[in-house]
Design a protein around this ligand. Structure first.
Ligand SMILES: [Zn+2]
Length: 46
């Protein structure tokens, strides 16, 4: 079982069509950098 990963440690694998593909060093998941950005915010207060 792997706990929720915030993908704080990432490296850029490649850039294609203006999209950066990054890999998380903690969970080894590969995803688009754009998808990562919304994950940064963790705030329940409105
Ligand atoms: Zn991760």
């Amino acid at each position: 079982m792997q706990a929720f990963c915030e993908h704080k440690s990432t490296v850029v694998l490649a850039r294609r069509d203006g999209v950066d593909y990054v890999e998380c060093l903690e969970c080894r998941q590969v995803f688009e950098a754009e998808d990562l950005e919304p994950v940064v915010v963790e705030d329940d207060e409105e």
